[in-house]
Write a protein that binds this ligand. Structure first.
Ligand SMILES: *[C@@H]1O[C@H](CO)[C@@H](O)[C@H](O)[C@H]1NC(C)=O
Ligand SMILES: *[C@@H]1O[C@H](CO)[C@@H](O)[C@H](O)[C@H]1NC(C)=O
Ligand SMILES: *[C@@H]1O[C@H](CO)[C@@H](O)[C@H](O)[C@H]1NC(C)=O
Length: 354
């Protein structure tokens, strides 16, 4: 186990055990107000999302649909992953009360198109674990959009960066700052951006591919990441988590409110970050993900540099050049200007503090 790197990826507070890490880039597919999981059929959905993955993403995504077969491209560097991953979007609120979308930054060397996300699938070291890598129609939700207070089990970890170099190596050195990670939006100015990791549950009831709240068919483990699923949800699934870096440094501190409070707010009206949430709709081709998980593919097995060559560690999977992945995009279905200064959050979402 490469403990310092796991710390870098934010797993420290999860009581780290030996694990294997599949890590890859997915660039931006589209930014729009759709949510086929929570608000299927609604065009537009209540709040703004940023979406990566396969281009079958749509207003409604029938669980019976084979997403792998109905997509023609994916923004992910593993070219058999047509899943969709999406989160809320961060906005800057200016002193005059208007809002502007905070753009995203690329991760260390592994993606280029408008930020996007870095996606992780962690598998347990224990080869006896019958890890089930999802199946067609599986979907889930991590976090609660309405939440504004600390949760007993954290879903999000935020990290404040002071800067980055031309290769998108972030300062301070990620290995040294885990202790300052927070489960809420940082309160200080982060000139190098704000990173947020959002963790999905790792235990499944083994029966339901979804549930009315998109949560109760899955559960967080009693402790740690693997080997401790509750009896109600006995089947281990990979630890999926996604990483986004918001370019908060674009908004100079001179533009911040006079009282020094942090001016960023998530698109569902959340100025705390406790309500940050992420959606997952499984869409890997055939059993490709299961094969990768069975092989315990691990980014840290890649040489010479696991951070720079993330796709080289898993011969079980097909890859595409990131430049090819970056060409995959989708026109907005819910059409709206996403880069204007706007008088309210998209959809008029009110900012709520509790
Ligand atoms: C989205 O769904 C609509 C209506 O079902 C369909 O006409 C359209 O082709 C779909 N778009 C994509 C990208 O699949
Ligand atoms: C509000 O403030 C922002 C940032 O200072 C500025 O760019 C924008 O033009 C202002 N909008 C209005 C309507 O004054
Ligand atoms: C895996 O199973 C084998 C055979 O039952 C057992 O000997 C071994 O201790 C198990 N390994 C772990 C890590 O539980």
């Amino acid at each position: 186990m490469l403990w310092p790197l796991l710390v870098a990826f934010g797993l420290v507070a999860r009581n780290v055990e030996a694990t294997h890490t599949l890590r890859f880039a997915c660039s931006q597919l589209v930014i729009e107000r759709l949510d086929p999981l929570v608000n299927p059929g609604a065009n537009p959905s209540p709040h703004m999302h940023q979406i990566v993955g396969g281009n079958a993403f749509n207003t409604t995504m029938d669980p019976a649909l084979d997403i792998g077969d109905s997509s023609t491209c994916t923004t992910c560097s593993f070219s058999e992953d047509f899943s969709n991953y999406w989160t809320a979007v961060l906005y800057f609120r200016a002193r005059n009360g208007t809002f502007k979308r905070v753009p995203q930054l690329a991760n260390q060397n592994i993606e280029t198109a408008e930020g996007g996300m870095t996606v992780y699938y962690i598998s347990p070291d224990d080869r006896n674990s019958s890890l089930v890598a999802f199946q067609r129609g599986f979907r889930m939700l991590a976090g609660t959009a309405e939440r504004r207070t600390r949760d007993s089990a954290f879903v999000n970890l935020f990290r404040c960066y002071d800067g980055y170099d031309e290769k998108m190596n972030y300062r301070p050195n990620p290995m040294g700052v885990a202790a300052s990670d927070t489960t809420e939006l940082p309160t200080r100015h982060c000139a190098g951006g704000v990173r947020v990791n959002t963790f999905f549950p790792t235990c499944w009831d083994g029966v339901n591919l979804d549930s009315p709240d998109h949560k109760t068919h899955v559960a967080y483990p009693v402790q740690g990441v693997f080997g401790n699923c509750p009896k109600s949800h006995p089947v281990e699934i990979p630890q999926v988590f996604i990483e986004t870096i918001w370019d908060t440094g674009k908004f100079d501190q001179s533009l911040w409110p006079d009282d020094g409070s942090q001016p960023f707010v998530f698109s569902q009206g959340d100025p705390t970050g406790f309500g940050h949430h992420a959606d997952y709709v499984f869409g890997w081709k055939g059993d490709s993900l299961q094969k990768a998980m069975d092989a315990r593919c691990d980014v840290f097995d890649a040489r010479p540099d696991p951070i720079i060559h993330p796709a080289s560690e898993c011969p079980q999977l097909r890859t595409q050049e990131q430049a090819v992945a970056n060409e995959c995009s989708k026109r907005q279905t819910a059409q709206e200007d996403i880069d204007a200064w706007i008088p309210t959050l998209p959809g008029g979402m009110p900012i709520t503090y509790k």
